[in-house]
Design a protein around this ligand. Structure first.
Ligand SMILES: Cc1cc2nc3c(=O)[nH]c(=O)nc-3n(C[C@H](O)[C@H](O)[C@H](O)COP(=O)(O)O)c2cc1C
Length: 366
């Protein structure tokens, strides 16, 4: 029997979690093509992983314009809410907890993925030097159109509605995706936000969109059911800022008063090195947050045990290990070997590489 704190329960806001091991949000591009809804295969995939203390779903667009890749699920239509309800029921039936990651990609999209073939929207009309997957190939992201000031309220409202939809779909809460160079991150950073209205310029102004989104979703469903993900020192999707420490110190100061369920930080480069540039310090940002802290990026069993034991993290999110190991919690508990990840089946496709990774039990029976 393991006694490490990693395997013990935690109450994070309104979320009563059986252990501190979290399934990180993982885009898998398997939503139903005709309506971007999750269906039976998603029910099976998430239910297989229900022993996580908390599942954070793959990023899910809050509105059609928020989509940036082929076959990602939405959380704005009845079919999508109905599909997600089956997922949450199955996870809850196995004693798990699940929140949905709310996503608007902003400029990380392509005209072929946008309603009416229009340009994606962003704080400023600056293309990201990044690629997206349009269903057949990796293509350069399209040049976006800068949002008019009076268009922004409708996007904030779509976040509010998506949070309400999440509760209707049976989710235990939501995670606001403010990481990895998508719309909220694009507003925050001075490399992608050159606006001269109240949403651009000073750090305070660049943080305004985030604050409006957080006001909307916390008022809609309660702050204790809302988490947020930031990747302050990552340049995922070609995001850049001249002073990320000053920016994200301000962001965290603005987040503290809400009393959120948790803050989730990607430490270092998303899916890459944990080291950060000189003069930056992820620990300083982590310590600035007053609530439950969820760490992510490159964690191994021993790193996760140590982080929770020492108080550096309350929760640890695992991404790639959860793709290949549906029973990751049991494997970490028993210090059992992990399955290897098949990179060829990460994005798109069907059951293969999705719901067919073996568990310890199925391996023992074989
Ligand atoms: C296939 C794949 C899909 C991902 N999709 C998302 C996503 O939808 N939302 C998000 O915030 N991060 C996403 N990420 C980043 C992961 O959540 C995580 O930050 C990254 O894999 C590092 O954690 P790990 O070392 O435990 O895998 C994705 C990563 C991978 C490998």
């Amino acid at each position: 029997m393991t006694t490490e704190k990693l395997f013990t329960p935690l109450k994070a806001g309104a979320l009563d979690l059986a252990n501190r091991i979290v399934m990180a949000p993982l885009t898998r591009n398997r939503a139903r093509a005709e309506d971007d809804a999750p269906y039976d295969i998603h029910v099976e995939y998430y239910a297989q992983r229900a022993s996580a203390g908390l599942i954070i779903t793959e990023a899910s667009q809050i509105m059609p314009e928020g989509k940036g890749y082929a076959w990602t699920p939405g959380i704005y239509s009845k079919a999508q809410i109905d599909g997600w309800k089956k997922v949450t029921d199955a996870v809850h039936a196995k004693g798990g907890k699940i929140v949905v990651q709310l996503w608007h990609v902003g400029r990380i999209s392509h005209t072929s993925l946008q309603p009416g073939g229009k340009a994606p929207v962003a704080p400023s009309a600056i293309a990201a030097k990044a690629k997206t997957f349009d269903g057949t190939a990796f293509v350069d992201t399209s040049v976006p159109r800068a949002l008019e000031t009076d268009e922004i309220a409708a996007i904030v409202d779509a976040y509010r509605q998506a949070a309400l939809n999440a509760i209707e779909a049976g989710f235990d809460g939501i995670e606001v995706h403010a990481a990895n160079g998508y719309l909220i991150d694009q507003f925050l950073r001075d490399g992608s936000n050159l606006r001269d209205d109240i949403y651009g310029g000073s750090i305070e102004n660049r943080t305004r969109f985030l604050v409006e989104v957080m006001d909307a979703v916390t008022q809609a469903i309660g702050a204790d059911r809302v988490g947020i993900r930031l990747s302050p020192l990552s340049n995922a999707n070609a995001i850049a800022d001249s002073n990320p420490m000053a920016l994200f110190s301000h962001v965290i100061d603005r987040l503290n008063p809400y009393g959120l369920a948790y803050l989730h930080l990607v430490e270092g480069q998303t899916g890459g090195p944990r080291e950060t540039p000189e003069g930056t310090d992820i620990n300083a940002l982590r310590k600035r947050f007053e609530g439950a802290y969820m760490a992510n990026n490159g964690y191994t069993r021993s790193m996760a045990i140590e982080a929770v034991e020492s108080g550096a993290a309350d929760l640890v999110a695992f991404g790639r290990p959860f793709i290949a190991n549906p029973d990751l919690v049991a494997r970490l508990q028993q210090d059992a070997p992990l399955n290897d990840l098949d990179r060829g089946t990460l994005y798109g496709g069907g059951r293969e590489g999705y719901v067919d990774y073996p568990t310890l039990d199925s391996q023992a029976a074989a």
